[in-house]
Design a protein around this ligand. Structure first.
Ligand code: GDP
Length: 197
């Protein structure tokens, strides 16, 4: 898919105030600092569409961007940043949960995972919750430029090992880098495919 236009539409804290659910939308989520803004900017070819955060965990907003006048890309708040206060964490997790469970036009959730770390409980728990609730999602490993090919394979193998008891099969996974644009064509093709359904 060629990105012809990418425009910011609205930020808000409430799923009820999101744009009318009359287009397909694809939402991006992950732990703070996972590289979500960088990935969104890389996918859309706009260097400043999503702000790359100097202060992680601060933007607790649902951000809608209209892509090619056709579909929405949604930037969801990062989860699990230690420096956010507990009450704030509760607040944004219920906002995230509301969005994920109630947004009928969301076709697929892209769960970003930092490929440099061993599987983290917070990410595994979050994906388990998605599975329990029947939310369609894929995994997106970020910052793969930091790893060798063998390390990338090991990273996926570690997730497979951790997830094998909960999941019949691993969810689909993409390996990406905002630095090298690795995975860009694959992710956009996947969205194109879903858009055609
Ligand atoms: P966010 O908080 O999830 O939106 O993360 P950001 O996009 O702001 O990125 C967090 C940090 O990781 C920044 O210092 C980025 O420069 C760095 N980063 C993001 N993506 C990549 C990547 O693909 N490769 C490398 N090497 N660093 C990245």
């Amino acid at each position: 898919m060629e990105i012809k236009s990418a425009n910011f539409v609205i930020s808000n804290t409430d799923v009820k105030k999101c744009p009318d659910p009359d287009r397909h939308e694809y939402a991006f989520i992950g732990r703070s600092n996972v590289g979500k803004s960088s990935l969104i900017n890389m996918l859309t070819n706009y260097s400043k569409l999503a702000k790359t955060s100097s202060s992680p965990g601060k933007t607790q907003l649902i951000n809608h961007f209209l892509i090619n006048d056709e579909w929405y890309l949604v930037d969801l708040p990062g989860y699990g940043y230690a420096r956010t206060s507990k009450s704030q964490r509760g607040q944004f997790s219920s906002m995230i949960k509301n969005y994920i469970l109630k947004r009928e036009s969301m076709v697929c959730l892209f769960v970003l995972i930092d490929s440099r770390h061993d599987p983290l409980k917070i990410d595994l728990d979050f994906m388990e919750w998605l599975g329990e609730n029947g939310v369609p999602f894929v995994m997106v490993f970020t910052k793969a430029d930091k790893l060798t090919t063998t390390e990338r394979m090991n990273c996926i193998a570690k997730y497979q090992e951790k997830m094998k008891d909960t999941w019949e099969s691993m969810p689909m996974a993409f390996i990406t880098s905002a630095e090298t644009k690795l995975g860009r064509v694959e992710l956009l093709s996947y969205i194109s495919e879903l858009n055609r359904l």
